[in-house]
Write a protein that binds this ligand. Structure first.
Ligand SMILES: [Zn+2]
Length: 349
């Protein structure tokens, strides 16, 4: 039986945002979140038209962004639209006092709405981030309306570090949260974050929510970004207690180690929760050649991971997060998606 193609949501406007460098511990380095990442994925998926069908998402209604993000954060991105075209703005003052009221119409206050120095703003940020979120929303809608069993959002810039009112970690709008908000009225949603870095934004947004389970496998935050969240002891709070599972791992994790954590801890938690929808925050910076991640997964491992996720046989929204070895990112995304598609196929006979 032939499987239907996976709808892939992407808009070329997402390529207009080009952060050139970032400040990392005082060093000016080439920004890893390049447009080549998305271009590599588009090329790889276009090469298999029977398996993947690339579509443009519909424009995202403002209320979808407002359902997750604070008015100040949205206003700040709008303020950044007025920056001269050749200016990229890096917040460098991050006030911590609760008395400070940041003015989101003043770019100099951007540090009030940001938690690191690697995530710049430009006049193009709004459009790229809003279309990136639109991809996630439309992928969720395709699954919710049963037009597809599996849908993929080629979201770039990524989203899982963005909280309700803060941007950071190359993330502006939390794409997975926007997708979860769309699905949540229809049933229990499990978000599985497989990016190398802990998705602090997604955790924070759903930390008190018992209808959205957040599970994350990532590099131990004692050593790795974002440092301040992702520890095993963070399990949710209030009514959300017990609905957040962090599975931090040490550097050097191989595909076999990873599969063990996935199959023995992450997937059973999703089954126990009796999830009705699965959202995968698909960071591929766990790749062995990734310049930022420190795990050792191979392209074949991504297909194994996808296969295991597919075997959950849940309506599934896969949303692109990190992954910075751009020239292999396309083949890795394709391997993951191929795995999900084949894993979800009904057994023969
Ligand atoms: Zn990452």
């Amino acid at each position: 039986m032939s499987l239907p193609p996976i709808p892939v949501f992407f808009n070329e406007i997402q390529l207009d945002f080009k952060p050139l460098y970032e400040w990392a511990f005082g060093d000016k380095i080439v920004h890893p979140e390049t447009t080549a990442r998305a271009e590599s994925i588009v090329a790889a998926l276009q090469s298999e038209p029977a398996a993947f069908e690339i579509r443009e998402p519909a424009e995202l209604p403002l209320k979808a962004l407002q359902s997750i993000h604070s008015p100040n954060l949205i206003t700040l991105y709008n303020t950044a639209r007025l920056l001269p075209e050749d200016v990229t703005f890096y917040p460098s003052v991050f006030p911590k006092s609760e008395q400070v009221q940041g003015d989101p119409t003043n770019m100099k206050h951007a540090g009030c709405f940001c938690f690191d120095s690697g995530t710049p703003l430009s006049s193009q940020t709004w459009a790229a981030a809003a279309w990136s979120a639109a991809c996630a929303k439309d992928a969720a809608m395709a699954v919710r309306k049963r037009k597809a069993r599996i849908a993929y959002a080629l979201s770039r810039p990524p989203g899982h570090h963005a909280t309700r009112d803060l941007f950071g970690g190359y993330c502006y709008f939390n794409n997975a949260a926007i997708a979860a908000k769309d699905l949540r009225p229809k049933g229990r949603v499990a978000i599985l974050d497989i990016d190398f870095h802990h998705g602090n934004g997604t955790q924070r947004i759903f930390y008190r929510d018992p209808k959205v389970l957040v599970v994350s496998i990532h590099g131990d935050p004692v050593t790795f970004y974002p440092y301040f969240s992702g520890h095993a002891g963070e399990t949710g709070s209030g009514r959300g207690k017990g609905f957040n599972l962090n599975l931090p791992l040490q550097r050097g994790v191989t595909g076999d180690d990873y599969m063990q954590t996935l199959e023995q801890h992450a997937l059973p938690a999703i089954e126990h929760f009796v999830a009705e929808f699965l959202i995968v925050s698909a960071g591929l910076d766990t790749y062995e050649k990734d310049p930022i991640g420190r795990f050792k997964l191979t392209t074949d491992d991504f297909e194994r991971v996808g296969n295991a996720l597919g075997r959950l046989r849940l309506p599934t929204v896969v949303i692109q997060e990190g992954g910075y070895y751009a020239s292999h990112l396309g083949r890795n995304a394709r391997a993951l998606l191929r795995g999900v598609r084949e894993g979800s196929a009904p057994p023969p006979g």
